[in-house]
Design a protein around this ligand. Structure first.
Ligand SMILES: Nc1ncnc2c1ncn2[C@@H]1O[C@H](COP(=O)(O)OP(=O)(O)O)[C@@H](O)[C@H]1O
Ligand SMILES: [Mg+2]
Length: 228
């Protein structure tokens, strides 16, 4: 069998808070293959966001190993991590995190600037992904001229623009009404069907049901891991 896209071995993450140590992740083992669609669930405070930050190379573990796409990223320096992040990870957040007073096209093209693509390549690719998320007619709109669902679609297009290995979404429907949430989940379904690996955090069972595999965290450990 091919190597997994993500291989995490006995990952621990604790935080020093004053003279106290908070043990958040207490020894996580996890493998995720290319093309999987995974929902990460668990009660508030169970460590979901901490694990997502590690998966997304926004943070490094206190101990343990994380091999992403064949590279051990657990001990990389910040600048090396930033490069991996830009190339390998597409992030989608609950609060969209778009630049205000900046068009949808420019928001989507932004990660390509860091990746060193020319202006014409950026416009071409950003246009392509905005079409993919059905926003061809909103490319010149700024975030405050778009609905919540449209803003999240811009954020999804931005996450896809550099053709990352993984799309990571932390509560992507947390700020959306239920009808718009369904639209966004359909879009994640399409993105997954096109061959992308999708990992999303949610506390809603009906959102998690879109994924093919559900991993439940409790108190910093994996409580269950079920594939449909
Ligand atoms: N930077 C930090 N410093 C101290 N404690 C933290 C830090 N980040 C997270 N925690 C603690 O880790 C626990 C898990 O947080 P988090 O991963 O955000 O949980 P979840 O996303 O499942 O709600 C919480 O108790 C939180 O207070
Ligand atoms: Mg969280």
């Amino acid at each position: 069998m091919a190597n997994p896209l993500i291989k995490i071995t006995n990952i621990k993450r604790d935080f020093v808070l004053g003279n106290e140590i908070v043990y958040v992740l207490k020894g996580i083992d996890l493998e995720i293959n290319k093309g999987e669609y995974v929902a990460l669930m668990g009660p508030s405070g169970s460590g979901k966001s901490t694990l997502m930050n590690l998966l997304g190379c926004l943070d490094t573990p206190t101990s343990g190993h994380y091999v992403l796409n064949g590279k051990d990223v657990s001990k990389m320096r910040d600048d090396e991590l930033a490069e991996i992040r830009n190339k390998e990870i597409g992030f989608v957040f609950q609060t969209f995190n778009l630049l205000p007073r900046t068009t949808a096209l420019d928001n989507v093209a932004l990660p390509m600037i860091y990746a060193g693509h020319s202006k014409s390549e950026r416009v071409l690719r950003a246009t392509e992904v905005l079409k993919q998320v059905n926003l061809a007619d909103r490319m010149d709109h700024q975030p405050n001229q778009l609905s919540g669902g449209q803003r999240q679609r811009v954020a999804i297009a931005r996450a896809l623009v550099n053709k990352p290995s993984i799309i990571l979404a932390d509560e992507p429907t947390g700020n959306l009404d239920s009808k718009t949430s369904v639209e966004i989940m359909k879009l994640f379904g399409d993105i997954h069907e096109q061959g992308n690996t999708v990992i999303l955090v949610t506390h809603e069972e009906d959102i998690a049901a879109y994924a093919h595999r559900i991993i439940r965290l409790r108190d910093g450990l994996i409580e269950s891991d079920t594939t449909k």
